[in-house]
Design a protein. Structure first.
Length: 411
């Protein structure tokens, strides 16, 4: 069983690595093409149908790019499609969500102090909720609201705020913010898969058949691509938020996440305007700073479960297995003696105000809940506790390993 735990952790690491790499590729391509689109300038010697051109220098050479607003007069011999970055990012992200938040749902997904749900119920809510945003957003884009782009974006923001609040009523703090990021990323990938690429295929098919492509298909693709551009930065924040308890470990996490979407708009507006005009509106940075100050203030207003309340909370079935296993008492004393000075509801280690990653290791339920993490971080490896903070000898680590293995045998 313990070999499977090691292998599973490496699978999680590998999928996470893949997700980061593909996300970098997608974001890089997206930002480049939006910037390029905004920098295009008209020229006297452009071919028929071209709307603008741009000269760039990079890597020891010059690049000359010309954009055709609808399509060129004929189908080019070589055509590069930018789609797999988006698909690979979403698929690897979905796989990572299943590994971390579905398989490890009792630890990372469900928060019994908020609502009592079975793991299956939590997984069903997790998966089903991701489609809601796309269906609502797509319906709005296809309605008369498309004629009012500002109103459309405000309604999308309202949906994101509602989902942020809803997720935080059900899931753990880190799962709530991660799911909001996945919710938004699903809209973005669906834009590519269900709108941008199909419309571009129609244009290509018209070119091949000798027909004049309809300009509306390019316009639709451009609008969806622009929406994706403004949603990218908040998604990056939300995907990284599980490393920062100040972002997810507060009752106001849903407001923090909502404000992050506004910072995404102000930052992208600055750069988009700068690419288009050569000068960005500096007032956007003032608004961004004020938003981040508000977020920092909200993050400090935390109401957490006291240790007395935690000790009275009934153990879950998952926790009961580890508490009942042989060697638990010794392992509990080991963890509490080496870890609780930082991983407590009121840390007493200098410089640490909140428990790292919001992981508490004070009560028996706490230690049992994070048994797998303790096993990997402080049993099999020497990642925790930090060697410059607390010295933990090999014998103490073997106590943890023996306890977790006994618990898994009994399970």
């Amino acid at each position: 069983m313990y070999d499977l735990a090691i292998m599973w952790d490496w699978i999680s690491f590998s999928v996470r690595w893949l997700h980061v790499i593909t996300a970098m590729a997608w974001i890089g391509a997206s930002f480049y093409f939006i910037a390029l689109d905004l920098m295009l300038k008209p020229a006297d010697d452009m071919p028929e149908g071209a709307s603008g051109e741009e000269w760039e220098v990079h890597g020891g050479g010059f690049y000359h790019t010309t954009k055709f607003m609808v399509a060129p007069a004929r189908m080019p011999e070589h055509l590069t499609w930018h789609k797999w970055q988006s698909y690979s990012t979403w698929l690897s992200g979905a796989a990572l969500m299943m590994i971390v938040y579905w398989v490890g749902g009792e630890l990372f997904l469900l928060d019994p102090s908020k609502v009592e749900l079975s793991l299956l119920q939590g997984i069903l809510i997790s998966g089903a909720s991701l489609t809601i945003g796309w269906l609502a957003y797509d319906a709005m884009c296809k309605s008369k609201l498309s004629e009012y782009p500002t109103l459309l974006m405000l309604l999308l923001f309202a949906i994101l705020v509602a989902m942020s609040w809803g997720y935080n009523q059900i899931f753990t703090g880190r799962a709530a913010l991660l799911h909001l990021g996945a919710f938004t990323a699903t809209i973005m990938t669906a834009n590519v898969f269900l709108q941008i690429m199909p419309n571009q295929r129609i244009v290509v098919a018209d070119l091949k058949a000798g027909r004049t492509p309809d300009a509306k298909y390019g316009k639709i693709a451009k609008v969806r691509s622009t929406h994706n551009n403004y949603l990218t930065l908040p998604v990056v924040f939300l995907m990284l938020s599980n490393h920062y308890p100040l972002a997810f470990g507060t009752q106001y996490a849903w407001i923090i996440a909502s404000l992050i979407f506004l910072t995404g708009v102000t930052i992208r507006h600055y750069f988009n305007t700068m690419h288009k005009t050569g000068k960005g509106p500096h007032w956007t940075w003032a608004i961004t700073v004020l938003l981040m100050i508000s977020i920092a203030w909200l993050s400090s207003m935390r109401t957490i479960e006291t240790i007395e309340e935690a000790e009275l909370r009934p153990l879950t079935s998952h926790e009961q297995i580890f508490v009942s296993a042989a060697g638990f008492d010794d392992a509990y004393d080991t963890v509490k003696g080496h870890c609780s000075m930082c991983h407590s509801r009121e840390p007493f280690w200098d410089g640490i105000r909140w428990a790292p990653k919001n992981v508490y290791l004070e009560t028996k339920g706490d230690v049992a809940r994070y048994a797998s993490e303790i096993y990997l971080q402080a049993g099999l490896s020497h990642a925790m506790p930090p060697p410059n903070a607390v010295q933990m000898d090999q014998k103490a680590r073997e106590v943890i390993v023996a306890w977790v293995r006994e618990a898994r045998k009994s399970n």
